[in-house]
Design a protein around this ligand. Structure first.
Ligand SMILES: C[S@@+](CC[C@H](N)C(=O)[O-])C[C@H]1O[C@@H](n2cnc3c(N)ncnc32)[C@H](O)[C@@H]1O
Length: 413
């Protein structure tokens, strides 16, 4: 087993790391609604010896590699989404005191030069559909001016400034996830004064966000991490053999990560055309957004899976009871498990013999028919020779009595 812990650094940073581990720190930089909790991840890592290798094949916001690196391990993860690969990498990087000082100076400079941009300036703005619904004219101007000023920077300083831009664009948005401005924007009218206030609030938010980001980046990581671009249905080169595969994969619920991440992806120029979003979602397991839906209509399996019989019975009921959408949703459920079967086959050789897997996944219902993803995961793992395969309930998901979150575990012989 490789040991990535620098003992001297450990001694120096002990209190910092302890505090960082106790708090949310870098985990709070950007949240993704379906991200699983850092407490669960830390709990699952607690029994591992320092320097263990942990893989998350569905990285999302990078919770697993970050928690692993905080605890002195090597965390590696994979995602198809370029924005999430960037985010995971930035969250798990080491920042020197010099870089953080430079980031603090850059914050002042970015806000000052953004403030100096005249309102009628012809600045770049993302081609987000109906952008005026997301931000007031004042907030939008401020974001565009901040974007232009951030573009003058590079490297880690630019990365941290962009995290702050992402946080600010949420806190200044009209979108429902923003509680702050929801209340005071009502009936605010179109007064110029109000728009200026909005711009000023956006600049202030950017500065405040940046201070807390710099503060949490100061707590260094004992271990390290790598976030790879890749498709977890295929073998991902460069992955080290892991002691543990720990992940929360996409659920069978038609949730689109691209849809949720759109504002960040457009502002950080990972998306330009809405058709790009559909193409990217098609590469994601369970993606059905935009053009991905029409591709699903003509999809055909390339392989059989160990759960085909059980799945066929459920899919037929969904197809029959789902009216006009039934056949599409039936194909969706089939393709999801087909892709997960490809994934389990691809990930197994990257796990050490004796290493274990832990998948946190929810079941789902379509037209009252349960899709027991957890049971089908377990069947696939058994087919691949995993031992001691277990399915345990972690929690109830919401008011729907049939929905739970499960943990599916097993050991590679
Ligand atoms: C439920 S989220 C992961 C949440 C993550 N554990 C966290 O805490 O943020 C699922 C992730 O899987 C990614 N994904 C979907 N299909 C993929 C594939 N074929 N290969 C790699 N990543 C994929 C999505 O982009 C999304 O980020």
């Amino acid at each position: 087993m490789t040991t990535t812990v620098d003992r001297a650094a450990l001694a120096r940073n002990e209190h910092l790391t302890f505090r960082a581990n106790m708090g949310v720190g870098r985990h709070g930089w950007l949240r993704l609604t379906p991200a699983y909790g850092v407490r669960l991840v830390r709990d699952r890592l607690s029994h591992l010896p320092e320097g263990s290798v942990i893989t998350d094949p569905f990285s999302g916001t990078g919770t697993t590699p970050l928690a692993a690196a905080e605890l002195g391990h090597f965390g590696q993860s994979v995602d198809v989404n370029p924005f999430l690969i960037w985010l995971g990498t930035v969250k798990t990087s080491h920042y020197s005191p010099e870089t953080l000082l430079a980031a603090a100076d850059a914050t002042q400079e970015v806000v000052a030069s953004a403030r100096a941009h005249p309102e009628d300036n012809d600045l770049w703005q993302p081609s987000l559909f109906k952008i005026e619904k997301w931000w007031s004219p004042g907030a939008l101007h401020a974001l565009k001016a901040l974007r232009a000023s951030i573009d003058q920077h590079e490297g880690q300083v630019k990365d941290l400034l962009e995290i702050s831009l992402c946080r600010s664009l949420i806190s200044c948005s009209n979108a429902a996830f923003n509680h702050q401005s929801m209340s005071f924007k009502e009936g605010a009218g179109e007064s110029v004064l109000f728009e200026m206030d909005e711009a000023e609030q956006t600049f202030a938010a950017f500065g405040t966000e940046m201070s807390s980001i710099i503060e949490s980046a100061r707590y260094d990581l004992l271990g390290s991490a790598r976030v790879y671009e890749g498709d977890s249905r295929e073998g991902v080169r460069d992955l080290k053999e892991a002691d543990l595969v720990l992940t929360s994969p996409p659920y069978v619920n038609r949730m689109s990560y691209i849809r949720e991440l759109r504002p960040y992806m457009y502002w950080l120029r990972h998306l330009d055309l809405s058709s790009d979003a559909g193409d990217l979602d098609w590469r994601a397991i369970g993606g059905t957004w935009g053009t991905a839906t029409s591709k699903l209509n003509s999809w055909q399996p390339h392989t059989v899976t160990p759960v085909d019989d059980a799945m066929r019975a459920v899919c037929e009921r969904i197809a029959t009871d789902g009216g006009k959408n039934g056949p599409l949703l039936s194909t969706y459920v089939h393709k999801y498990h087909h892709d997960m079967w490809l994934h389990f086959q691809a990930i197994t050789p990257t796990l050490k013999h004796g290493g274990s897997v832990s998948y946190i996944v929810g079941n789902s219902t379509f037209y009252k028919h349960e899709v027991p993803a957890q049971e089908w995961y377990a069947a696939m793992l058994r087919e691949l020779g995993y031992q001691a395969v277990k399915v345990e309930i972690i929690r109830k998901r919401n008011s729907n009595k049939a929905l739970f979150e499960y943990e599916v575990t097993g050991t590679r012989p």
